[in-house]
Design a binder for this molecule. Sequence first.
Ligand SMILES: Cc1ncc(COP(=O)(O)O)c(C=O)c1O
Length: 385
Amino acid sequence: MLKDQFLLNPEITFLNHGSFGACPKPVFEDYQKWQMKLEQEPIQFITKTGVSFLDDSKQALAEYINCDKADLIYTTNPSTAMNTVIKSLDLKAGDEILTTDQEYGAMDRTWNYYCRKVGAKYIHQKITLPLTNKAEILREFWSGLSPKTKTIFISQITSPTALIFPVKEIIERAKELGLMTIIDGAHVPAHIPLDLKALDPDVYTGACHKWMLAPKGSSFLYVNKQIQDQIDPLIISWGYEAEFPSESRFQDYHQYQGTRDFSAFLTTPAALQFLKENDWENRKKECRNLLQHYYPIVAEELESHVICPVKDEFLGQICSIPIRTTRPLELKEALYAKYKIEIPVVPFSGDTYLRISFQAYNGAAEIETLINAIRSIKKETNLFF
Ligand SMILES: Cc1ncc(COP(=O)(O)O)c(C=O)c1O
């Protein structure tokens, strides 16, 4: 069974792949192999052999997401990628960044921090739930446009609401308007198709350690060649004023730092191999079918509703359901402590949502466990109202 290939505690019903991912045993072993190599020959590895393995790993990632490897750098997480970019933007007082009301908390905080410094405005355009259709999302989003809008920032798959947003159409319109596009695709790699050449954003970040199954601490930042020179390194280190500059200043500035363990970055080929060997395209399809079957059922059990049309256009392997509770922390704790279910209970827009991830190690039995737990919580407690 596929679940046996993961290191997850078998006693826990794990329905939270979305938060930090989960790494299969062969990929984790590859990670440890790199760490061992580093420790055996630290000088050779950090300055020479590891650098060339890093290049190979970047090439594999670039092929997988279809971009030039020179436009990619590895980062520990999407926050690092976005901080690098946002800090470098020449924001001015009054400039506006157009975004949605469904962005990830750490990104909202980063934008708030840098906007406050200069008096720029971060405009959270409301996208009404339940979603109805793509045209309506686009209409609502673009109604936040103003003559002061400089940049578009949007998630391709949202965090609290787990929805797929039409970023391709948004990028196309932004280009016509001469606006910079920054896309948070943390959940996208190996979850829904990603083709950066076709999408052509200015900036894109994705996590390898979520749906692509790399060990924690592997993500990437893509920056379009035209604007690479505008992006300062977040950490100034040996790649700045490099003694032996490569042909890419972008790579020198952002990829080379002092002592650090970049083993997680090297596992991309092993992670992609795992996906291939385990027929991942079909696994993903099975997960989406499971999600589309159970999403309305769990919503009904929660006396709630789905928040979008139940189809591939808006849903991948993750979905979110508004729930009625005044005690979200206690609910999460009860689900974990009593029912051994790891699942996020997420605050969003004054409400609370239950977010379910469906990864290939999950089956119908785990969703049934969740449904039974909901029934018993409803019967035995007043955590739901
Ligand atoms: C939309 C989105 N962006 C980014 C992240 C992760 O960013 P970080 O690992 O830097 O907190 C997540 C994680 O859940 C996410 O949902």
